[in-house]
Design a protein around this ligand. Sequence first.
Ligand SMILES: Nc1ncnc2c1ncn2[C@@H]1O[C@H](COP(=O)(O)OP(=O)(O)OP(=O)(O)O)[C@@H](O)[C@H]1O
Length: 888
Amino acid sequence: MAAELAKSRPARARVQEKESPWNDAVGIAMLVLAAMYLLALVSYDPMDLPTWFWLSVTDQPNLVVKNFVGRFGAMGAGASLYLAGMAIYLLPFSMTWFGVCKLASNVKVTGRSWLGVALMVITTAAIFEVQDILNQRDNITPLGGGGGFGYLIGGSILANLLGKVGSTVVLAGIYAVGFFLASGIHPLQAIQAIRVEITRAWETYQIRREIAAREAEMGDAPSSATPTRRKKAPAEIKAETAPVGPLVTPELGLTFEPPKPKIIDSSASRGHTETTDKPRLSDVWEKKRAQKLEQAPHGTLGNLAVRFKDYKLPELDLLSWPDESLHKPTDPRELIAIQDTIIKALASFNVKVEAGDITRGPAITRYEVRPVDGLRVARIAALDDDIARATCAERINILAPIPGKDTVGIELANRDKVIVPIRELLEDEVFSNGKARLPIALGKDVYGKTIIGDLAAMPHLLVAGATGSGKSVCINGIITSLLCRFAPDELRFIMIDPKVVEMQNYANLPHLAVPVVTDPKKALLALRWVVREMESRYQMFAQEGCRNFETFNNRNRKRAAANEAKKAAAAAMAVPEPAPEAPPAKPVKTSAGTDDVRVSAAFAKAAAAADHLVDGTTPPWEDPEVAAELEADTAPVELPVDHNGEWIGDSLPPPPRARSQEFIIPDTLPYIVVIIDELADLMQTAPADIEVAIARITQMARAAGIHLIVATQTPRADVLTGVIKANIPTRIAFQVSSALDSRVILDRKGAENLVGKGDMLYVPPGGAQPIRSQGALVTDDEIHAVVERCVAQGKPIFDVKVDDETGEMGGDDDDGEGGVSSEEEETLEKCLEVIRQEKKASTSLFQRRLKLGYGRAARMMDILEDRGIIGPGEGAKPREILVDMDMI
Ligand SMILES: Nc1ncnc2c1ncn2[C@@H]1O[C@H](COP(=O)(O)OP(=O)(O)OP(=O)(O)O)[C@@H](O)[C@H]1O
């Protein structure tokens, strides 16, 4: 109980001793004095006193002093025993306690403490006198066991005034006050601890009695007719026999028994669970998708949905598991040794902490320490460099405190890093349970919990970190998650990759809405297209009376369900009539699936037309065969209506459309995920325009099913501007070189302490604290396998509008080689003629001879240089002609 009391002292009483170099000296001095005092008391002999001392009992004192502390000790002990009697023994013990406190610097020894001791000594002396304890009057204690104080206060005053019992009660009260003053223990806490002890003892007694009674009952014959004991409900028994855990006092909110430190190893991957009874996830999703397509109302399937109707999602078997044999088991002794080193390192700076849990994650291990009461956690955080030195760690991170815990976490990189395979995350229940609309596998936290984000909820994501820290792997993991979950008609990508090499793996992906954009100048056009697409989606939503992407995509199913319910209600209300023997109504009721086929075929042709266009081959309308087919399709389709003109198809009739309406509103729209791999490169070209486009997308695109992922390795304020950051609250920071960079990404420091290679801080949407985790690893082979599976099922159908916007594809007739228009080609011919005649080439020459403006003449020079006809410019000199002009 004393330990509990000591632990639970309130901050008021347990004022921490200020760290001072004198503390140790004073502490040691007190211990020495206490020892000498005690020795003097125990070895006191009145014959040691010199004759001149007022307590001397002889003219011939001992020649050889018997007192262990000499004559001085004898005089001190004699005077003390005379004044306070045997109660004086409290003094050296109190001094010893104070000396220890001084050395430990954990409790401040103040005047109040000494006053407390004085009260304790005096009241004890008085109690000895009143209660006649150790009350011999001899040479050692001439005034009795209570000494002079006891005699005067106890015997002469209190006993006469209050009697024996009354004075004992008063003296006990004063003693208690002295004890609280000396020890710093709050009286309420003492009562609390006593109450807890009593309750615990009572509970233990009750449980023992119950067990004994039950044993006795079991020993009795079962035929015992009149059981005397009421049988308790199982819950009651459970509550009684529950192990007594850490007791929390509701009044003070204090835990008297801190939980025992644990070692948790969450580094190993969960491994593949071969479950034959469970359907494969891709099958489940495909089935859902097929159902949606089947239920889509007549004529509203988009061309992508028709084209990829039989699309199969890549199986998770394409992704591999790491070699488990390489995983080294955790050695708890090693972890405990490191924790001890940390505790000792902190203790050497007078920072007292107790050991907490140790959690080994895939890349880092978190050592928890519990600061003693009264220690500010900031003091531990300030010693990060010293802990790093003591543990020989390259970088450490201190969580002071760990959110939601009463401990401080010290995170050190593991010597043997365990990778987190993406397959583990994709097989996780969280990924597949369908709660996340756009699930993306991110990684695993230090406790082994998988981190699966929902891009739809984010709704945009910023990924930043130094080069080689794991950004690309993270983005590839996100793309792989989406590829394993969505068909090309459900999700489309726009990839902007100014680094050129990062996204080449995805160049033929059927999910691409536009070819991978590598030219930073064209990236702006792609972003503008996204803005336009967003606006056109909002128009569609308005037309359909939907507020956002989800309601739009589910509107037909909701309407169909409502229609079904109406039909059922009407059928229930209708009086059943005998069915007339009539020939089946004409036209025969056609299922939604059947009537879709024809319209879908038309869309398929439209898709083929788009393909023709982007492939640069003959446009479909020039192909007589396709043209004839398209013509045939314009023949009126027999609609599933009854003789009253009422719709009898399984699906809903298409919504009425205005004649002027140019587009068919599709049943569902795909998500669009825009990925910008290096924002810094884009910000160099047209910072203001890019910033405006990103801000517009991030502010408004969420409800339109458009989501943005921005990555950068340059976390500077001019790249990640305030406007961009304000609109992208969800962030992932990989290792960066400085706390400044970390602040730019996360608005707080911490990323500079990451250890690289996928070690990241993830700020979830709405989450205040970043979660440290190890990113999922997806290898190049895995990416190839998944992409190949997607590519094998169809080529990308680029949106022609996008091509026009980005200028990447051959959709524009005007653009020839390298974006040179036919008009420019004509001017170029004239320029070549001028070069042939003049045998030289310069901008001014073209301006003069062809009456061109400077800009156009300079553009011609650039094209000629690009084509290797003329050499690079050398100041004012005419350019060198590199080819034989007669050969051109
Ligand atoms: N989650 C991870 N698990 C294990 N290793 C990883 C992980 N992420 C990255 N790595 C390792 O770090 C290396 C660099 O990663 P990555 O290419 O993603 O860095 P980056 O930040 O994209 O660099 P850059 O900006 O130069 O492209 C990888 O080749 C891989 O070995």
